[in-house]
Design a protein around this ligand. Structure first.
Ligand SMILES: [Zn+2]
Ligand SMILES: [Zn+2]
Length: 306
């Protein structure tokens, strides 16, 4: 009988190791660098898909409410203005700030919508033990890419700073969409934390099995797929694709230590002006004021509103 071994490669240091058992609580760590190789999920495995599906549906409802209702209402000199998220994008677009409008649309509306509808498309049939939907691995790959573009946390921080700044000039009332956006942020974090990705990959690509022990010859090159973390046998001579999710396998770049050191030094140098120079300049009632990141934090801390 063919023996399948739960072999995995540490994503941090690249050490190949065998996971003999999962501890009842806690996680399996790399024996060389202590990185987490496998983590026991908060939700028991049998209910992981159902639990995540419930979170996804709730998050979609919150996303719809967040886009239909206003985020804040501004009252000044008897006028009342209600600002919705999509209304802000439209305003920026019609005021020749197309790039900014596109960026805000992508990071706060488009990315969460694609992320949640993609997960719903995959999880709904899987939860009811149906066949995985068409192009499920490709769509899940897209969901994983788009997740890094979902930046609701940055939007929330921006809204809080704006509310405090505007409150000096007008009456600002937070509306229902602000609270649903905060809840949406928490629900998306819970989805990312509770979804058992390894189990989902096994369900949407069930025919792909782990590396076979007896087929591993001396000198066989193995690497982890960067997308689904499947351990693949590869040949550096030609381009290889992951058998589970079909993305192209990437090898570590040559001289990776030198490249990382150069990038680290460049980032450290940029860190100083990023904190000392203003990130924006506001002109109000003829008075121009530059705001640094630290100024914004100090303003929030001393304004007394938050
Ligand atoms: Zn390691
Ligand atoms: Zn893969």
């Amino acid at each position: 009988m063919t023996q399948y071994i739960p072999v995995t490669m540490c994503h941090d240091c690249g050490l190949l190791q065998q996971i003999s058992h999962m501890p009842e609580d806690g996680a399996v760590q790399c024996c060389r660098c202590d990185a987490t190789l496998r983590k026991r999920q908060r939700v028991e495995p049998a209910k992981s898909i159902e639990h995540t599906l419930a979170l996804v549906i709730t998050a979609l409802v919150l996303l719809i409410i967040s886009n239909v209702y206003p985020i804040i209402q501004v009252e000044t000199e008897g006028h009342e203005i209600a600002a919705t998220l999509f209304g802000c994008v439209k305003y920026l677009f019609s005021n020749e700030m197309e790039f900014l409008a596109g960026l805000i649309f992508l990071t706060t509306i488009g990315a969460p919508l694609i992320q949640l509808t993609g997960l719903l498309y995959i999880l709904l049939p899987v939860n009811f033990n149906r066949m995985p939907p068409y192009y499920a691995p490709q769509i899940y790959h897209l969901v994983r890419i788009i997740t890094s573009w979902s930046m609701l946390e940055v939007l929330m921080l921006g809204i809080l700073v704006s509310v405090v700044k505007l409150s000096a000039m007008a009456t600002v009332v937070p509306s229902i969409a602000l609270w649903t956006l905060a809840l949406l942020m928490i629900f998306i974090a819970a989805i990312l934390s509770d979804l058992d990705t390894e189990m989902l990959w096994e369900k949407i690509s069930p025919r792909i099995r782990a590396v076979e022990l007896e087929k591993l010859k001396r000198g066989t090159q193995l690497t982890n797929c960067h997308n689904c973390h499947f351990l693949c046998t590869v040949s550096p001579a030609h381009e290889s694709c992951c058998p589970r999710c079909n993305v192209t396998i990437h090898f570590r770049k040559p001289d990776s230590l030198n490249r990382c050191t150069a990038l680290l030094i460049a980032a450290s140098v940029l860190y100083i002006p990023a904190n000392l120079l203003p990130v924006m300049v506001v002109t109000s009632f003829g008075k121009t004021e530059g705001d640094t990141i630290i100024n914004g934090v100090m303003y929030l801390a001393t304004s007394g509103d938050l």
